[in-house]
Design a protein around this ligand. Sequence first.
Ligand code: MOS
Length: 754
Amino acid sequence: MPENSQTSAIGKPQRRIDGPVKVTGLAMYATDHHFPDLLYAVPVEATIANGRVLKLDTTAAEKMPGVRAIFHRANIGKIFRSTLGPGFEGICIERRPPFEDDVVRYYGQYVALAVADTFEAAKAAADSVRLTYDKKKPNVDTDLKADDDPEVVETSYGPVRRLQSERGDPDGAFANAPVKLDEIYVTPSETHNPIELQATIAIWDGSMLTIYEESQAIFNMRGVLAQMFGLPKENVRVITKFVGSGFGSKLWPWTHCPLAAAAARQLGKPVKLVLSRRMTFQAAGHRARTQQQVRVGATLEGKLVSLMHDYVNETSMLEKYHEDCGEKTAFHYSVPNLRVKFGFAMRNIGSPSDMRGPGAVPGLYATESAMNELADQLKIDPVRLRVLNEPKIDEGLGIPFSSRHYLECLELGGEKFGWSKRNPKIGSMKHDSLTLGWGMAGCSWLAARFPAQANVQLRNDGTTRVACGTQDIGTGTYTILAQLAADKIGVPLDKVEVVLGDTILPEGPISGGSMATGSVVPAVFAAADKAIEALLTIAATTPGSVFEKRKADELAFEGGRVFVKANGPVDGIPFADVLRHANLRLVSRSGKSEATFGEKKPKFSTHSFGCHFVEVTWQPEIARLRVNRVVTVIDAGRIINPLAGRNQIEGSIVMGIGMALLEHTTYDPQNGAPINSNLADYIVAVNADVPKLDVHFLDYPDKEINQLGARGIGEIGLAGIAAAITAATYHATGVRVRELPIKIEDLLKSSVLA
Ligand code: MOS
């Protein structure tokens, strides 16, 4: 606990400090910026998914009013490839620069770019570009068989071993197991669909490139663009003040960004490029479809003896994006014999990318579903099965967990839900005229820190300022930074100014992996400690100061005041007075913290844990299934802002309901287009689909992660929820769904009739 826990801003439900500017419309999102002479760009999308551009006729488009240029391979100028750098640098999931060759590898790939004085003129011109193709049949096959890849594959994040984890003799133990399960689980392609569309404004000033973009990782974007345009990093500035959600789709730069920058360079004018909703389905990432075989062997008592997880994820023709479904498998439960292995299936689709809870979300759907099915087979309560297989250590890495309270999550969740009243017989539980189905599942998410730097200022008007080059993607990072500074400096939240979202600031973490909060804690604290130390030296050395006779180390700072340690805080002087007395406007110091992510030899396995208990209602007369009740318990370390934290988990559950029942990006087998590429046909869960959600946090600080013990909460809530919903669906209807989303056609097979 921080020393001044009585008044601390940490752990209290705090409203968003950026709320007022958002609801009054003052918050400047990337595309809200306007500049003199701003031009508008609209990409031309390929209407085939496999083939080659034979002819590109821009004659009509070029003659249209207001049109400045139609760019294509011959006139866009040089755009270099970017490569992966050390750490989180140079990540780009579609590495091929736009227009690099005339090959079309997915539907909607940009093949030209119209730039005009207005958006409407640019759109009309883009629509008037005539293309002739050499067209081949696209491969968008949904049945995923692993390609013939080498054992170590070069993925978007560097080389990865396809054999992810292995111990004991999984095949032998499976063959001899008294109870066996061998099933295939399928999760569909899903599209992130943040409400704010992806967009870039690019401005050149000589050899300086400034980008306004809704990025989840401004420093990575700077690094990629510096490479693509052959510039030193300091010549590129990326600004992201507000983001209308990302869910991973805005983590890494997509091809529209260098296109806008290249067009601005060629024309010597600022260029704005905003994707259409359709384009975001085609060329801005999506969650990869997965096909996962899970084989489990167990004793009659329910002890796991073998677990094999073999999965394939779709990827594009350009990139091997690894949807890491197996990361949790090796440690989630205790099992002596295990193998986790994966492969890729290349398709004529845009590159998949990280989507909220990448890997874990489809992965835990499969493995937690297998646990539920095994429990049914054994006639053991699914909670009991999990308790029976609780590991003492992370058996995948052979190291202890930093903090694991999974069983307590299950216990509390069961208690809040009323799980003990469950009758396991299918269709046996009724309420009014509805059949009830109950199901549960566990979840987990990795916790680690990215490197971070921050700056803290104490100012002579009693305010403080914290600056960090991270982003707030709608999750509450502005508020968290304010809470951290308020806590350390001992000022109220409204006396803290937070500055983020600009690469001229100290380098901050990406807003990804649920790691931004955990990463900024030590950096902000280090900066604040240094600023306080500097303040004490000022207090002790200012002529005429009440502390003039003291040495700096005889002084202390608490609650915003400097005082003599020996006397205690009673006679403290506010830091504003100390600064004013020294004729200083402010004292400013920077701090930094190192990464724990990617450590070669970690001492602890740091993960968050949790579980979901779900009730569905089934109305056989009209084949209507609804999620009626959800209880979720999350063990994510210390919760810095329970209000924002709850909001993250609730939002994840809403997406989980969408994943289980609604969401599915469908590719047309004829032309390879994502055919439901709009918010009318791609259905997401809305208020009417979501019941009241009951979310609980355990709040055990994890001291291995940072001083506050705060892990991350952005993604874990979406893991496991689909498995809990399919289990509840089985309990209500007798229909076992192993391919998401659950469809009406599946439910019509129900044996539980009216
Ligand atoms: Mo998240 S998929 O790391 O934005």
